[in-house]
Design a protein around this ligand. Structure first.
Ligand code: SF4
Length: 364
């Protein structure tokens, strides 16, 4: 019988062994269109657009969930983009560490009844850290928070100087080759260990024209459609919601009614608002009183824009139509093939004195 933990942590050795011993053929899964293929595509899509790999619905059976992981790895390899692999690995690691936090907390609560079966020692052993990390005995002399001691070599390999001053060794208590860290620090370090394991071996070297590469072409094309190359979008820089294209107005209406947006809908809306020059604070203010959560918004916006100011543009009209987001109201595909181009045209058509920038009506 399958261990349910394998579906939650498909990158654990036990999960890999389970897939190997079941002698499951990935090409066969793909050619018969098994549910794991669609879930694998969703896994990559949510990783790239939202930074999570959790399924959108809770009814995915554990076997599908487990098998979606090797499929996702193949798909992200076929995307042939280092940035996509980095984002994918980071999203897998972020979701996994959230789950580990949940499972370890539950295990602590229920230690006496032993109804869950993942504790911190299991996780440390999984990443060969059992000898490198020990609980710090002095924890209980303070305010009850559990501290740990980690071997300095492991600390240095799992942390990064780019994380800020508090992670530098000089800012840490170092004693006999061990660094004192909090429980929260330990989870951050474990997240790196998970990310490194996920990224290891990616991308697979797969020909795109034959075999799995050819069979998965539709899924890869879908994902590519969502993630056109990062480009510097035109400097529109005026926020006139009444001139937004209908696809975006529909999404805003939907979110204002409190309906949750799908990952593609949320991404399209965020990429559009960022694409017309709105800052993260402005977008958060603009989306107040909608179903969109501030934390998710900020996370997604960070994903969209990089330091150079270039960003993912929203998907094209063709892609939005394929996802059922565009209904081609008023036949306006004739106006432009991209929502940003459509908006730019509308802004140019209207007398600038007649436009009130939304930013002038708010304190954002
Ligand atoms: S044609 Fe393009 S801009 Fe117009 S509603 Fe459809 S997706 Fe939006």
């Amino acid at each position: 019988m399958m261990n349910p933990l394998d579906a939650r942590y498909p990158f654990f050795e036990s999960a890999r062994t389970a897939v190997e011993t079941a002698e499951i053929s990935l090409p066969e899964l793909v050619s018969r269109g098994a549910p794991a293929v669609e879930r694998g595509r969703e896994r990559v899509q949510r990783a790239l657009l939202e930074g999570t790999v959790r399924p959108e619905t809770d009814d995915v059976d554990p076997e599908t969930e487990l098998l979606s992981y090797p499929i996702a790895r193949i798909l992200v390899s076929l995307l042939d983009s280092t940035a996509a692999i980095d984002k994918y690995a980071a999203a897998e690691a972020s979701t996994a560490i959230e789950r580990i936090r949940e499972d370890v907390a539950r295990e602590d609560d229920l230690r006496s009844t032993q109804t869950t079966n993942l504790d911190l020692d299991d996780v440390l052993a999984e990443f060969d850290l059992a000898d490198d990390v020990q609980p710090d005995d002095r924890s209980h002399q303070g305010h009850g928070e559990q501290w740990y001691r980690i071997d300095v070599g492991a600390y240095l390999s799992l942390s990064s100087s780019s994380w800020g001053r508090e992670w530098r060794l000089v800012a840490r208590e170092l004693d006999e080759g061990e660094v004192r860290i909090t429980g929260a620090d330990l989870f951050e370090l474990l997240e790196t260990a998970i990310r490194d394991r996920i990224a290891a071996g990616l991308p697979f070297d797969l020909p795109r024209e034959e075999g799995l590469g050819a069979e998965l072409e539709p899924q890869v094309t879908d994902l590519r459609g969502l993630l056109s190359d990062r480009t510097r979008v035109h400097d529109i820089d005026v926020v006139a919601p009444e001139l937004f294209p209908p696809c975006l107005r529909n999404l805003i209406d939907k979110a204002e009614r409190g309906t949750e947006l799908s990952s593609v809908e949320g991404f399209s809306l965020m990429a559009f608002l960022a694409g017309i020059g709105m800052s993260a604070d402005e977008i958060v203010a603009f989306c107040a009183d909608t179903s969109l959560e501030v934390e998710t918004l900020r996370y997604q916006l960070e994903y969209l824009r990089d330091e150079s100011g270039s960003q993912y543009p929203p998907p094209s009209c063709e892609t939005l139509s394929a996802y059922g987001i565009c209904h081609n109201e008023d036949d306006h595909w004739k106006v432009a093939s991209h929502p940003l181009a459509y908006y730019e045209t509308r802004v140019e058509e209207v007398d600038s004195d007649a436009i009130t920038d939304w930013r002038a009506t708010t304190n954002a």
